[in-house]
Design a binder for this molecule. Structure first.
Ligand SMILES: [Zn+2]
Length: 403
């Protein structure tokens, strides 16, 4: 089996033998698979500022339960990490609460308001990359200045691409479902138009550039072309854009995120992008909200769904078991490529033990995250994380896990 070949490669590799006994975990039995810790470059841990949605403790517990040992946390917080003093508030909380390795992003602009650059030089040594995630940077000159600064500092810009002029009050994809059900749509161009603008600026500045959560076929085509040109560009997409599309929408806030679930043609183009290397990695965009915030249907709910605890089982079930992707490719997308691009180390004692044969139904009430909204609720999946070890310490053990 592909996974067994993968494991033996892992065990043979320079990472050395897996110190299960040291971790207090007995060697797994035949049906268990050891996978190096996943790395998610796009999560919202919500602290400081929004502890009612998620805490660093609950978010990293969810990461551990999903087999992740490293996460990058987005800066749409209060205070926004736009200065060393603001970042320090978050760093203190991470040091006290985090169960897995947490790498904060620095904001590109002060307060993520898109008006004035944050103190990027002072932040650079302490942040994994720069992003104003949650918002696109509307001002071309400011983005150019941000890219020049990032280039000088040797840092990556991770861009949430969204042109506010094209939003027109939309909240789901501007497609067949929106038209049939009387919803305001978000057009694809609001995403790819800003990617196109940014690629122009990358040509000009030479900045290392990463596009967050791409959802449209045009975005994939633009990035494919940019890579052919030799630009220093990468991108991520999220599990929901690969597995679901507008045909799966229901009148329920758990199907609402930004960017939205697009058309079947977009979903297929993203899969193609994974296969040909246009899309470099899969990130969850784990974005928890309170139950109340997600209870207002498609129109009124907040944008964002949780993803850390379902990413691997959903991708394994829908893409690997079905033969779309190999296990090696999925591991590359979840473990190695994100670390390479963002400069995040993989330690030999960061891994998880999975039972890939276990089949079960996704039950949000069993999540460690405080968020409950997921479009995957009720889906039958395969692959249960039995235990996660981070820095040699067990940070997650399923109740029916490895004994
Ligand atoms: Zn975003």
């Amino acid at each position: 089996m592909a996974e067994n070949r993968f494991i033996s490669e892992f065990l043979r590799s320079a990472l050395g033998p897996v110190p299960l006994a040291e971790a207090g975990i007995l060697p797994p039995s035949d049906h268990c698979t050891i996978i190096p810790g996943f790395c998610d470059v796009h999560v919202h841990l919500r602290e400081p500022g929004f502890s009612y949605k998620e805490t660093i403790a609950s978010g990293t517990a969810a990461a551990a339960a999903g087999g992740y040992t490293a996460v990058c946390t987005m800066p749409n917080l209060d205070p926004v990490p736009d200065s060393p003093a603001h970042l320090a508030v978050q760093e203190t909380m991470i040091a006290a609460q985090a169960r897995v390795h947490v790498y904060p992003y620095g904001a590109i602009t002060v307060g993520e308001r898109g008006e004035q650059l944050a103190d990027m030089a002072a932040l650079a040594p302490r942040v994994v990359a720069f992003s104003d995630d949650g918002r696109g940077i509307q001002n071309d000159d400011l983005m150019r200045e941000a890219m020049r600064s990032a280039k000088r500092l040797g840092k990556l810009i991770a861009a949430h691409c969204e042109d506010n002029r094209l939003l027109r009050g939309g909240y789901i994809h501007d497609g067949a479902y929106a038209r049939a059900n009387g919803h305001a749509g978000i057009c694809s161009e609001s995403e790819w138009g800003q990617i196109r603008r940014d690629l122009e600026l990358v040509r000009e500045t030479g900045c290392a550039y990463h596009v967050c959560h791409i959802s449209t076929k045009e975005s994939a085509a633009l990035i494919r072309q940019a890579k052919r040109e030799g630009l220093d560009v990468t991108c991520e997409t999220a599990p929901h854009y690969l597995v679901l599309d507008e045909n799966d929408l229901k009148e329920d806030g758990r199907f609402k995120m930004n960017p939205p679930l697009r058309s079947a043609a977009d979903r297929e183009a993203l899969i193609e992008g994974l296969l040909d290397g246009t899309i470099d990695m899969i990130a969850t965009d784990h974005a928890p909200h309170s139950v109340e915030e997600k209870a207002k249907g498609l129109r009124g709910s907040a944008f964002g769904v949780v993803g850390l605890e379902t990413a691997f089982p959903v991708l394994y079930t829908k893409l690997v078991v079905t033969g779309v992707l190999s296990m090696e490719k999925l591991i590359d997308l979840l473990v190695y490529r994100p670390r390479e691009r963002f400069g995040i180390p993989l330690a030999e004692n960061d891994y998880a033990i999975w039972d890939l044969d276990a089949a079960y139904t996704v039950d949000p009430d069993a999540f460690r995250t405080k968020g409950r909204a997921t479009p995957f609720a009720g889906m039958t999946v395969r692959g249960r994380c039995l235990a996660t070890v981070c820095g040699g310490k067990p940070v997650y053990t399923a109740e029916d896990g490895v004994k």
